[in-house]
Design a protein around this ligand. Structure first.
Ligand code: FPP
Length: 260
């Protein structure tokens, strides 16, 4: 059911009701944002955390079901030790300071990626924040942490192969859905919209299987500058797309629960 608040938000931003169910974002450009201001890179990441706060809140208010944010890739471990350590500190602060905000906005936190790679104190904070928001029924906020699309697919293939070796699954019974269900995104809706900030035209090892039919919105805006008007522009862009999913019949926009 669409709430009065959602209806008034749609009206205020001149959005149609057909919103993406699942939005994924490659948050890029924090370093360039800081460089332009002669600030250390961490200042860009800090400002980026404020964009996260705004976009999470808005996504929840609009009734989007899932928002997956590429917060730290497996490749990001190659950054200078000091930057990695400051990013981890920022993540810890974010988790501590945002839990109340997430609860107030009925947002349930989850993760994808190899979180076992993260420092113990971050794993602890994540555990606490996920437990504290486990009862929330609104937006699902998924942080991709130490995430790699190829690694997730490799792990999924290994799990499937194990089931085959144990005689629990026949090779001929392996369908696309078997792979979808073996990935860490298995309980999430299809990704309808991928947003990438800072203008790079790459997928960067993010959600490789899941992006098969997603619409892409690439903006030159750097992530720390990406706020409500930019997100609304991305949603409008999405709503103007003719989605054919490889067929000839077009579907405009997508399929949020109450708009189907
Ligand atoms: C890339 O900017 C961004 C990241 C490394 C991931 C996003 C991280 C944040 C928004 C920081 C806060 C995160 C949380 C979850 C609190 P970049 O450094 O690659 O930018 P550049 O390409 O301009 O150098």
């Amino acid at each position: 059911m669409q709430t009065i608040k959602q209806a008034s938000l749609l009206k205020r931003h001149r959005l149609k009701p057909c919103l993406p169910r699942h939005v994924a974002i490659i948050m890029d450009g924090n370093g360039r944002w800081a460089k332009k201001r002669h600030l250390p890179r961490i200042a860009g990441h800090r400002a980026g955390a404020l964009s996260i706060r705004e976009i999470v809140r808005l996504s929840g208010e609009l009734g989007i079901e899932a928002l997956t944010l590429y917060a730290f890739s497996t490749e990001n471990w190659k950054r200078p030790r000091q930057e990695v350590s400051l990013l981890m500190q920022l993540l810890k602060q974010y988790l501590r300071s945002e839990v109340e905000e997430l609860k107030t906005n009925n947002v349930r936190l989850g993760t994808i990626g190899n979180t076992a790679d993260l420092p113990g104190e971050i794993r602890e904070e994540l555990k606490k924040a996920m437990a504290a928001t486990a009862h929330c029924t609104g937006l699902r906020l998924i942080l991709a942490l130490s995430y790699s699309g190829r690694a997730d697919l490799t792990r999924a293939v290994r799990d499937i192969a194990k089931r085959v070796a144990e005689g629990k699954l026949s090779p001929s019974a392996i369908k696309e859905e078997t792979i979808t269900q073996a990935l860490s995104t298995k309980n999430l809706p299809e990704v309808d919209l991928l947003i990438r900030t800072s203008g790079e035209l790459r997928v960067s090892n993010f959600l490789l299987w899941e992006l098969a039919y997603s619409e892409f919105h690439i903006t030159k805006t750097l992530w720390p500058d990406f706020r409500t008007p930019h997100f609304i522009a991305a949603l409008k862009d999405f709503q103007g797309r003719q989605r054919r999913f490889g067929g000839v019949e077009s579907v405009v926009g997508s399929v949020i629960k109450w708009a189907r």
